[in-house]
Ligand binder design. Structure first.
Ligand SMILES: [Zn+2]
Length: 103
């Protein structure tokens, strides 16, 4: 069996062409596209600059957890302050609106 798109040789067990990613069978399930996350600062959720909310979104954890961790970092090593300012500068603003009914 060969790929109908690029001609790459496929094994019978292949669901997708290893060369171009085209489904090898008509009944192949659509390949899940992982949602690309971008580290950004959601403006509508920000307390200071939205850095903590951005990290919370990125790592899919509670923003409170991030704030506590960041506070600990800041208090214990002073690292958090520097990291916050760096992230503030480096992270793009996210001007998306909050979902209806949230916040
Ligand atoms: Zn192919």
């Amino acid at each position: 069996m060969f790929c109908t798109q690029c001609g790459f040789k496929l094994e019978d067990s292949d669901l997708f062409c290893a060369q171009c990613g085209k489904p090898a069978r008509p009944d192949a399930p659509p390949r899940a596209q992982p949602a690309r996350k971008q580290l950004s600062r959601p403006v509508y959720r920000k307390k200071i600059a939205g850095v903590c909310a951005g990290f919370a979104d990125y790592f899919d954890v509670d923003v409170t957890l991030i704030r506590i961790l960041w506070l600990i970092l800041a208090l214990v090593w002073g690292f958090g302050f520097v990291a916050y300012v760096v992230a503030w500068i480096a992270m793009p603003k996210d001007f998306s609106q909050p979902p209806a009914g949230a916040y």
